[in-house]
Design a protein around this ligand. Structure first.
Ligand code: ATP
Ligand code: MG
Length: 629
C-alpha cells in the first residue's frame, strides 16, 4: 500500500504522470495535448486541448450502468416533500431545462445567474448550463437585492433563473420581489428570467420577461440537447467568496481540471465508490455545495442527497434519520451544524441506525477540539476536518483515507492534499518555516486542477490579490495562519487579518478562542481586537454558554467569567487575557456559519457595521450591542 507521503510527493514531483493518470477517471471526448501549460504562471492551464463536459461526466456517462439507480434525492423539511430522480430522470430533467435555456438564446460562453432555494430545479439548471457550455453563477439565496444587482452587473448574465420563494426554519422567504428590485438596480439587467413557481409566495410577473419554469419544461419534455464539448480550460462557473473579510471575489473555475480533481477526491479523500450515497448539508450557493452536492458525487456515480431544511427541524435527529433512511455513506457538514446539534438532547443521536455511515467530513471554519471530540465520541465514526476555500474548489488539507489510513489529531485538518504544494511561510521574509513555527499557509504554484483559474474578468486582480502578499517569492496566499507539527500535521490558526496587536504583542484571536472554548461551559465564542487608545488594541470575547441561564448577570456569571479568563491566563499567559468577556445567546454569523468578526469589531468601536446582507440573524448584533452596556 502506498503512503500518503509518497502519494503527495508523486503529485508534486512527477506532476504530469500523476495527473495524466487521474485524468483517466473522466470521459474526454477529445484527448488533451498536454497535462499542464505552466508557461504563464501563476495562471495554470490544465489539460489544454482536451475536450470534455461536466454534465456529460455527471449524468450521461452513468446512463449505461446506473440508469435506474437514484442519482438525486431531494428532501425538504421546509415544505414536507421528498422527490427522487434516477439517473435517467435526471438526464430528462436536465435536457428539458437545457432546451428551455437554449430557446431563450443561451449559448456556449454565456452566463446564467441562478438565484434559487435548495430545490432540484436548481441542480438541473446548473447541469443544463454545463451541458450547453454556458457559465453559471449561483448566487446564494440569502442575498438581498443590492448584492444580487452587483453580481448581475459583474457577470452580465443572459438569463436569470429564480423562484417565487424559499423557506428557512419554517418561514417563507420571498425571492421574486428581491429579484425584481435587483433587476431595477442593475445597470445591464438580462431581458429574460425563468421563474419556478413553488406556490409558496404570491408574485407579480412580467409576461414580457418572466418565463414559467413548469410551463417551459412541459413544452420541452423529452427534448435531447447535444452536449457541447468544451475546451478543458474554458470557464465552467463563477462563484463569489463569502465576503467574510471584505469585498467578494468572483472566483472562476475551469472544466477539465475541476472534473478530474473532484473525481479523484471521491476516491482518495472520501474513499467512496459508485453506487454509494453522499449527503452534504451545505447550500448550492457555496463552493462546498457546488463541489459536493452537485458535481463531485454525480461525477463519482453516487446518489446525492439535496436537503432543504435545518439540522434541528422538525427535531435534532433529522440528519441521523435521513442517514438511516437513505443509507448514507458519507456525511459532509460544517462545524457550526455540529455545534448546534451539541446543544440538543444527546439521546437523539442514539435512535437511528447509522451503520451505513463511514465517516463525517466537516469544513468551512475551524473545528475546535471539544466539538470534534464530542461528535467523534457520540457517533463512533471518524471525523475528518478538511480545510479549503472557495478559491481552491476542493480540500487543500485533509485526511485521505482512500490513499492511506493515518490517525487524525483533533484540531488538525491533517495533511496537504495531493496536488497542493502547501508551505508555511514567514510573512516577513517569505521563507519556509520549520516544524511548530507559525506562518502564513501558502501554496507554491501551479495551483492544482480544480482550483480557481482567475478572478472573473480581472486577471490582474487575481495575481495582485493572491500572489503578491508574501515577499520575495510568488506563492498563493490563503490569508490564513497555520503551523505544521513535527509529525507533519497542519493546524489552522485563524485568518491573517484576525491578528491583533496588544501593547506590542501579536496575538491570534483564534488561539484565545480555542483557549476559552476548552472551558466545559462554553458552547462557542468569538474573540475580536478592538481599538484601544493605550494598548493599540485589546481582545474582547463574546461567549455563548451551553446552558443559557448561567449567563444572566449576577455573582454566578461573574464567577464563570473569572474561571474562563483564568483558563486563558493559564494556557496563553496574562497578556492574552481579553479585557472583557461578555455572554451572549448567539454570535452574529453569515448564513454559511462564519462568525462576522468585522461586524462585531465595528459595533465594539462604535462604527457602522457595513454590508451585512449575508447575516443569518440580525438580532445577534443587538445582543452584542446590549452586552457592551
Ligand atoms: P472572503 O474570502 O470573501 O473573506 P471567506 O474566506 O469566508 O470569504 P470561503 O472561501 O467560503 O470565504 O471560506 C474559506 C475560509 O474558511 C478559509 O480561508 C478559512 O479561513 C476558513 N476555513 C475553511 N475550512 C476550514 C477548516 N477546516 N479549519 C479552519 N478554517 C477553515
Ligand atoms: Mg477567503
Amino acid at each position: 500500500m502506498q503512503t500518503m507521503r509518497d502519494f503527495h510527493y508523486g503529485s508534486i514531483h512527477h506532476r504530469d504522470n500523476f495527473w495524466r493518470e487521474q485524468a483517466r477517471r473522466i470521459h474526454w471526448e477529445t484527448p488533451f495535448e498536454r497535462v499542464l501549460d505552466d508557461s504563464n504562471l501563476p495562471f495554470a492551464r490544465w489539460f489544454p486541448g482536451g475536450r470534455t463536459n461536466l454534465c456529460y461526466n455527471a449524468v450521461d456517462r452513468w446512463l449505461e450502468t446506473r440508469a435506474d439507480e437514484r442519482a438525486l434525492v431531494w428532501v425538504s423539511t421546509e415544505v414536507d416533500q421528498t422527490r427522487e430522480f434516477t439517473v435517467r430522470q435526471l438526464y430528462d430533467e436536465v435536457n428539458a431545462v437545457a432546451a428551455v435555456l437554449r430557446e431563450t438564446g443561451v449559448e456556449q460562453g454565456d452566463r446564467v445567474l441562478i438565484y434559487m432555494p435548495m430545490v432540484p430545479e436548481a441542480v438541473f439548471t446548473m447541469l443544463a448550463c454545463a451541458r450547453l457550455g454556458a457559465i453559471h453563477s449561483v448566487v446564494f439565496g440569502g442575498f438581498a437585492s443590492v448584492n444580487l444587482a452587483q453580481r448581475i452587473d459583474d457577470a452580465a448574465p443572459k438569463v436569470i433563473v429564480s423562484a417565487d420563494a424559499g423557506s428557512r426554519g419554517g418561514k417563507v422567504v420571498a425571492y421574486k420581489p428581491l429579484l425584481d428590485r435587483a433587476l431595477t438596480l442593475a445597470r445591464h439587467p438580462p431581458t429574460r428570467t425563468l421563474i419556478l413557481d413553488r406556490g409558496l409566495a404570491p408574485m407579480q410577473t412580467d409576461p414580457a420577461r418572466d418565463i414559467d419554469y413548469a410551463e417551459a419544461r412541459a413544452r420541452h419534455a423529452g427534448a435531447e440537447v447535444p452536449v457541447v464539448w468544451m475546451e478543458s480550460t474554458a470557464p465552467s462557473y463563477i462563484l463569489y467568496t463569502s465576503g467574510t473579510t471584505g469585498t467578494p471575489k468572483g472566483v472562476q473555475r475551469d472544466i477539465g481540471g475541476y472534473a478530474v480533481a473532484l473525481a479523484s477526491s471521491m476516491a482518495y479523500i472520501f474513499d467512496g465508490k459508485p453506487g454509494e450515497t453522499f449527503f452534504c448539508t451545505s447550500d448550492i450557493g457555496w463552493v462546498v455545495g457546488h463541489s459536493y452536492i452537485v458535481y463531485g458525487p454525480l461525477i463519482g456515480g453516487q446518489t446525492t442527497v439535496l436537503y432543504e431544511g435545518t439540522p434541528v427541524r422538525p427535531d435534532g435527529a433529522i440528519l441521523w434519520r435521513l442517514i438511516e433512511q437513505y443509507k448514507v455513506n458519507t456525511l459532509f457538514s460544517a462545524p457550526t451544524a455540529i455545534r448546534v446539534l451539541k446543544k440538543q438532547d444527546p439521546a437523539l443521536l442514539k435512535q437511528h441506525d447509522l451503520t451505513s455511515l463511514r465517516a463525517i467530513y466537516l469544513a468551512g471554519e475551524p473545528l475546535d477540539e471539544p466539538t470534534a471530540q464530542w461528535v467523534a465520541d457520540s457517533l463512533g465514526k471518524p471525523v475528518i476536518d478538511n480545510y479549503w476555500q472557495t478559491e481552491s474548489g476542493w480540500p487543500i488539507l485533509a485526511a485521505q483515507p482512500g490513499v492511506e489510513r493515518v490517525p487524525t489529531k483533533f484540531g488538525s485538518p491533517s495533511f496537504p492534499v495531493y496536488g497542493f504544494d502547501v508551505r508555511i511561510v514567514d510573512e516577513a521574509t517569505g521563507e519556509d518555516m520549520g516544524p511548530d513555527e507559525k506562518g502564513v499557509v501558502a501554496i507554491v504554484p501551479p495551483l492544482p486542477p480544480g482550483a480557481m483559474t482567475t478572478i472573473w474578468g480581472n486577471d490582474a486582480r487575481f495575481v495582485e490579490t493572491y500572489f503578491t502578499s508574501v515577499p520575495n517569492r510568488q506563492v498563493y496566499s490563503t490569508f490564513d495562519w497555520g503551523r505544521r507539527d513535527a509529525d507533519g500535521y497542519y493546524f489552522i490558526l485563524g485568518r491573517t487579518d484576525d491578528v491583533i496587536n496588544v501593547a506590542g504583542h501579536r496575538l491570534g484571536t483564534r488561539e484565545i478562542e480555542e483557549s476559552i472554548s476548552s472551558h466545559a461551559g462554553v458552547a462557542e465564542c468569538a474573540v475580536v481586537g478592538v481599538a484601544d487608545a493605550i494598548k493599540g488594541q485589546t481582545a474582547v470575547a463574546f461567549v455563548v454558554l451551553k446552558s443559557a441561564q448561567v449567563g444572566e448577570p449576577g455573582p454566578a456569571a461573574d464567577a464563570l467569567r473569572r474561571e474562563m479568563l483564568a483558563v486563558v491566563d493559564d494556557q496563553l499567559g496574562a497578556i492574552a487575557r481579553p479585557s472583557a468577556l461578555r455572554f451572549v445567546q448567539a454570535l452574529p454569523k453569515t448564513r454559511s456559519g462564519k462568525v462576522l468578526r468585522r461586524a462585531i469589531v465595528a459595533i465594539c468601536e462604535g462604527r457602522e457595521t457595513g454590508d451585512l446582507t449575508t447575516i443569518e440573524d440580525p438580532s445577534t448584533l443587538d445582543q452584542i450591542k446590549d452586552s457592551l452596556q
